[in-house]
Design a protein around this ligand. Structure first.
Ligand code: NOJ
Length: 744
């Protein structure tokens, strides 16, 4: 999408993203081929196995006992994950390079998911900024800090679309939409890998979890995934593909089975689709022991079988299971696996090591002066801005922004919790560097104007009301002008393996809210969470709700910026908030069905709806408020008829009709009215962040290539075809301004 903004004040043209790296592919391949000729089978298998360190002590892959130092010296180790200590990484690298027969360098991988030292908001939160340049910059900063820490490779971006907030890993993704998800996935790859993977401040990206991990049934982590290929191609595949097109050099196979076959042994996924169809040339690492887990899935009798399945599916690197190194030689000796296949798997790993420049200088990562790279002031400032842009104002009865000198009662388990605001994946981040809501509000409003109490606990180990917590909360509320109530779920509740059947606010926090409501004071809920929650009761009771997410190291200053009005909220949801958990999955791009409900807001029978609650979510995809108001008008379809292969052009006028400057996200949705297979009622196909001064008007022009309107047909081909389309533009997925165009 190319977007042109015509402002009454200025004219600006927004550039499109840059091309993928990988300039030295051919040379890397030549070098890898030469090297393989000199390698023994065992050395090749070593390149395909990833080991871990635990508590500073190096151990072999789980389940396999070995003396790692001597394995490294023998050239039987290809990679380590999760080495947090740069000196240890450099020690191992030195051993591999200087003491092994062929001196093949190691590649160090780590989960740098939303920041390395500076922790940015969780990924779902960042996506709510709809700021693609900022997404890229956050990944760039994470890459610089990682590279300096001797980490060459991050297991990110997570490109899994999900529509189920019970699944805790929604915090790591970009929400429910494939179009936005694709833009974000590609931006992250560009941020990590830069324009040259061999630079000492760029790192390899890893597209995960391939594939469809976000569709685990019932929102239970690791659960079965079973869906039509049509749904997969239309909704789930695009972000992975976008990340690959942006040049990502590695992919991680997912834990789940997919249409009956675990991803790590799924040849259709890892070879036919990934390599033959999508043209991927890098290497695939399994998720944690996922090769070995094929025994438990029930498709392999033992480790030998599991290794054979994975190798035949073209999975290059076994994360921790140890089955490749344990059984690889026997598999080749008995003819179950050809050495030619091992060569291919090994070559793809070596090529990435060459691309990273590790052969040229194995110590190029980790040489930098850490104090010059970590926590750079300009990066901390950026983290503060990104955190503010990620937060979403869900409700405001006029209580926000707070006037100067307002006396604040700051209450709740996350208001002064350095650890929780960092979320689930904390990279090499340090809680001690977090600036909390309390610290930042005290600084902004004056210490004497902020009364604080925690009132209850919420986390991994401690939960529930603190003795006397409610009484103290009520007492300070009564002494204040407004209550800022920080409730929701903790950082520990996000990320892997934290699925929940209930996504409501914990009961003790509800009691706290009820007690505070009795004081008659205005209540602003600061909602801490890594997932959409079932919060309709809390929204009704509160005067304002600011969704703060787990916004990272600089969460506190960002909250202070927004509640004070120093900055105007601009985040828009990228995942619908359900009206009730019973609606899940609820997402904007559903299908019409043969019996659509007459109203999305009323319960009704004999239509695709519930008889007890409405269909509409509490807050739809794209939703977000500001302290100003924007008015959309004059939608013009500039190209009412476009040939296939052409570009649809639509313009709309947006005016800031309020009294403050602000930023809105203009969103364009389409609907293919009659197609060969059923299409969603709306699909996002363009968006633009617009900064408008009070009173300013801009004309936004959207350009949609007809190739962006491609969809999966019943023969599984993905193509656009002729027909009529509706188009809407507005500030969320319920946008009202409507037009129509035709593809001929
Ligand atoms: C398991 C997680 O599913 C994956 O996302 C992560 O990258 C690996 N563990 C490595 O820590």
């Amino acid at each position: 999408m190319k977007r042109v903004i015509l402002s009454l004040f200025a004219l600006s043209v927004v550039a499109i993203g840059s091309a993928a790296p990988q300039a030295s592919d051919k040379e890397a391949l030549r070098n890898a081929n030469k090297l393989i000729k000199q390698m023994t089978l065992r050395e090749k298998l070593g390149q395909l196995e990833q080991f871990i360190t635990r508590n500073g002590v190096v151990t072999g892959p789980e389940g396999v006992k070995c003396d790692i130092d001597s394995a490294v010296r023998k050239g039987e180790v290809g990679s380590f994950l999760s080495i947090r200590n740069r000196n240890e990484a450099l020690r191992l690298q030195k051993m591999a390079v200087e003491e092994s027969r062929l001196g093949i360098p190691l590649i160090f991988g780590y989960d740098i998911i939303h920041g390395c030292k500076i922790i940015f908001p969780e990924n779902l939160a960042i996506s709510c900024s709809w700021n693609i340049d900022a997404v890229e910059r956050s990944a760039r900063i994470a890459a610089e800090e990682s590279a300096a820490s001797a980490i060459h490779w991050t297991f990110s971006p997570m490109c899994d679309i999900s529509v189920d907030p019970r699944w805790s890993r929604v915090s790591e993704g970009a929400g429910e939409d494939p179009y936005l998800g694709s833009k974000i996935a590609a931006a992250m790859v560009r941020g990590y890998q830069g324009d040259d993977l061999a630079k000492s401040n760029t790192i390899a990206a890893c597209v995960k979890h391939f594939a469809a991990y976000g569709a685990v049934q019932a929102g239970k982590d690791y659960n079965t995934v079973d869906m039509s290929e049509l749904m997969f191609r239309d909704i789930y595949l695009p972000p992975y593909k976008a990340a690959l097109d942006a040049g990502a050099v590695t992919v991680m196979s997912s834990f789940n089975d997919f249409m009956g076959v675990p991803a790590s042994g799924n040849k259709w996924l890892l070879y036919d689709l990934l390599r033959k169809e999508l043209g991927f040339k890098g290497f695939v690492v399994s998720d944690w022991k996922a090769v070995n887990e094929m025994i438990i899935h029930g498709v392999a009798a033992d480790g030998r079988d599991a290794a054979e399945l994975a190798m035949k599916a073209h999975l290059n690197m076994d994360m921790l299971g140890g089955d490749y190194i344990a059984h690889g030689e026997e598999l080749v000796r008995t003819g179950r696996i050809s050495e030619k296949l091992i060569d291919e798997l090994c070559r793809e790993v070596l090529v990435v090591k060459y691309q990273l420049g590790l052969f040229e200088d194995p110590y190029r990562y980790g040489k930098q002066n850490l104090s010059e790279v970590y926590y750079r002031p300009e990066n901390m400032q950026f983290a503060r801005e990104l955190a503010a842009e990620s937060m979403v104002l869900l409700k405001n009865n006029g209580v926000l922004p707070l006037a100067e000198g307002t006396k604040i009662a700051l209450i709740g388990p996350f208001a002064d919790s350095k650890i929780d605001q960092l979320g689930a994946w904390r990279g090499l981040g340090e809680a001690k560097r977090s600036v909390t809501f309390r610290t930042a509000l005290e600084e902004r409003f004056g210490k004497e104007n902020v009364l604080y109490t925690k009132a209850c606990e919420c986390g991994r180990y401690k939960n529930g009301l603190i003795e006397g917590g409610i009484e103290e909360a009520v007492k300070i509320a009564e002494q204040s002008d407004v209550v800022l109530l920080s409730i929701g779920l903790s950082g520990w509740h996000s990320g892997e393996s934290r699925s929940r059947a209930s996504i409501s606010i914990p009961e003790d926090q509800q009691q706290l809210l009820d007690a505070l409501k009795q004081t008659g004071k205005k209540i602003v809920v600061l909602l801490s969470t890594g997932r959409p929650m079932d919060i309709r009761n809390e929204v009704e009771k509160a005067d304002a709700v600011l969704l703060t997410w787990h916004a990272g190291t600089m969460a506190g200053p960002a909250v202070a910026d927004l509640v004070s009005g120093d900055k105007n909220p601009s985040g828009h949801l990228t995942m619908s908030f359900p009206y009730s958990v019973g609606q899940v999955p609820v997402h904007y791009n559903s299908k019409n069905t043969g019996r659509p409900a007459k109203s999305q807001f009323k319960a009704q029978g004999y239509s695709c709806s519930y008889v007890d609650i409405r269909n509409a979510p509490l807050f739809p995809f794209g939703y977000g408020l500001s302290y100003t108001e924007f008015e959309y008008s004059d939608l013009k379809v500039l190209t009412p008829e476009v040939p296939l292969g052409g570009v649809v052009k639509v313009s709309v006028k947006v005016k800031n009709v309020g009294k403050r400057d602000g930023v809105d996200v203009a969103q364009l949705y389409v609907r293919d009215i009659v197609a060969e297979t059923t299409r969603p009622v709306r699909e996002l196909k363009g968006f633009e962040r617009l900064s408008l001064k009070a009173g300013e008007v801009k004309v936004v022009e959207f350009e949609i290539p007809t190739s962006d309107l491609a969809y999966c047909h019943s023969d599984m081909s993905v193509k656009a075809d002729a027909g009529d389309f509706y188009v809407w533009v507005g500030a969320d997925s319920n946008a009202k301004l409507k037009g129509q165009f035709k593809i001929k």
